[in-house]
Design a protein around this ligand. Structure first.
Ligand SMILES: Nc1ncnc2c1ncn2[C@@H]1O[C@H](COP(=O)(O)OP(=O)(O)O)[C@@H](O)[C@H]1O
Ligand SMILES: [Mg+2]
Length: 490
């Protein structure tokens, strides 16, 4: 009856302390159970014991005989029994409780059927909490609902009937009130609809592509949660975030029920869309502004500093007319002017990397690396792999700017001693990796969401990559450094 191994595997995932009776579950039972109760999967009898103390007549059954003995030792009437074959007459109990049991069974619906056979009034069931939902589905555990206040925590007999009778593909069987708000339809309207009426074409294709096994495969391999669109009663489209899982069909190995948890994320997504559009614009303006400032600096400041230097040189030529002190001052002035000139020239080149236009990407990156080496104590290594070739000016600029920003971040935030810049030319793509050994940082969740977390530098990098159809991945862990990887088709 039990899935071997799985029980142990999931033990740490959620609450399975068998001595512990959740007060929330006891509350369900008090509220909804009749006097005669069967506790399926009673373990060592914690719930039965508690319910008996509250005036119920509770009998427990469990597959594990050691547990059953312990339950009996506690004074609970308990039996070793298989949940699929309960050794009781029909309607012997008012209520059957199944607390966190279904997810351990190979065939939960079969167990539900059996529970239904012996229950006069209702079945009360719970499954593990929503936080662990995803982990459980990756372990291929199925379960019928989630333990959250805004979801259904239990099924009454009537609801189970609906569940059994309506198992046909694409029909919406049950929804909770939150869906009314999201869709604008009433509960009644919703349960008469097909999923395809509600989900826009794209997401319906996902769902309909599917005879059962395909669907199962699809859902298991799909990234969850994922975004989709829903069409509201008023015709409006909303962006929703979905978590899917499958409920098994009792008779076949096939899965025909999809349990979908939907969250309206339209506002969040639109906000980040706006920020992205803004960022794209900023990149453009910033690039032009940089060119402008670079030109000003070059034409004005650099020229003035250069001529200041020459004037000092001129003065120094008349050495004999100057006191020793004056000469020392002038020499020092000359040095300071040179340093200034060097600094401003570096700024010019970073702002408007002519080296990129004149000598190409590899030389420009080499130059960048050598500048960082000069300015900091960071060991910068730059290497080119594959046979380098000329890329378009936009691609060159994007690769250069992303390297610049990533390296700046290393200098400003990483406290690294080393950074490696690797430029790899493949047959049809180019890959840039900037990897440091610094302190790392916490990435936002999801880790692509720089827009909503005020990380404009990282976001600018991503947007630059996106504008050229490339992808940028940032990996970072506290204490383990940061790696930025950009891939561009060439
Ligand atoms: N290489 C890195 N090492 C450590 N922390 C980093 C690194 N790159 C980025 N960060 C972290 O991410 C944040 C966002 O970076 P970014 O978007 O470039 O903004 P800014 O550099 O203006 O702070 C930084 O403030 C820093 O905390
Ligand atoms: Mg930055």
């Amino acid at each position: 009856m039990q899935r071997k191994g799985i029980f142990r595997d999931t033990n740490s995932l959620y609450l399975t302390w068998n001595e512990y009776a959740s007060t929330k579950f006891i509350e369900f039972a008090r509220k909804y159970a009749g006097k005669m109760v069967l506790d399926v999967g009673c373990s060592i009898g914690a719930y039965s014991y508690k319910l008996n103390a509250l005036g119920f007549d509770c009998v427990g059954v469990d597959y594990n005989s050691e547990y059953v003995e312990k339950a009996i030792g506690k004074g609970v009437e308990a039996y070793k029994m298989d949940a699929y074959n309960l050794d009781f007459k029909d309607n012997r109990f008012d209520s059957v409780i199944m607390f966190e049991i279904l997810e351990h069974l190979e065939d939960p619906l079969l167990a539900l059927k059996e529970a239904k056979r012996v229950a006069k009034k209702n079945i009360i069931l719970t499954v593990p909490n929503f936080d662990k939902f995803h982990e459980l589905s990756t372990l291929k555990l199925t379960y019928s609902d989630v333990l959250e206040d805004d979801h259904r925590n239990f099924f009454t007999k009537n609801e189970i009937k609906v569940l059994f009778n309506n198992i046909s593909e694409n029909n919406i069987i049950m929804v909770n009130p939150a869906m009314v708000q999201i869709t604008g339809y009433t509960l009644d309207e919703l349960t008469k609809m097909k999923a395809s009426d509600l989900f826009s074409v794209l997401s319906y294709k996902v769902k309909a592509s599917s005879r059962a096994s395909k669907l199962q495969n699809r859902i298991e391999t799909m990234k969850q949660p994922y975004d989709s669109r829903i069409i509201r009663e008023d015709g409006d489209e909303r962006i929703i975030q979905i978590v899917d899982s499958l409920l098994p069909n009792a008779s076949a190995e096939q899965y025909l029920l999809i349990h979908t948890v939907v969250r309206d994320v339209t506002k969040e997504r639109q906000a980040s869309e706006n920020i992205r559009a803004y960022a794209t614009r900023v990149i453009d303006v910033e690039e032009r502004e940089r060119q402008h400032i670079a030109r000003e600096l070059h034409d004005e400041t650099v020229q003035s500093l250069a001529s200041l230097g020459m004037d000092i040189d001129l003065l120094l030529k008349n050495e004999r007319q100057l006191s020793r002190k004056a000469i020392e001052c002038l020499v020092e002035l000359r040095e300071r002017t040179n340093d200034l000139l060097k600094g401003v020239r570096y700024m010019c080149r970073s702002l408007r990397p002519l080296v990129l236009e004149e000598l190409g990407l590899c030389k420009a990156l080499q130059w960048l690396a050598s500048e960082v080496r000069d300015q900091s104590s960071i060991d910068v290594q730059f290497e080119v792999l594959g046979s380098s070739r000329v890329l378009s000016p936009e691609k060159d600029l994007t690769l250069f700017r992303i390297s610049q920003e990533a390296i700046n971040n290393v200098m400003r935030h990483a406290q690294a001693t080393m950074v490696r810049v690797k430029l790899e030319f493949g047959l049809e793509h180019v890959k840039l990796v900037i990897c440091d050994n610094g302190q790392g940082f916490e990435l936002p969740e999801p880790n692509t969401d720089f827009a909503n977390s005020q990380r404009m530098g990282l976001m600018g990098m991503r947007e630059r990559a996106r504008l050229l159809g490339g992808s940028l991945v940032v990996l970072s862990r506290l204490g383990e450094g940061t790696t930025v990887t950009l891939e561009l088709a060439t």
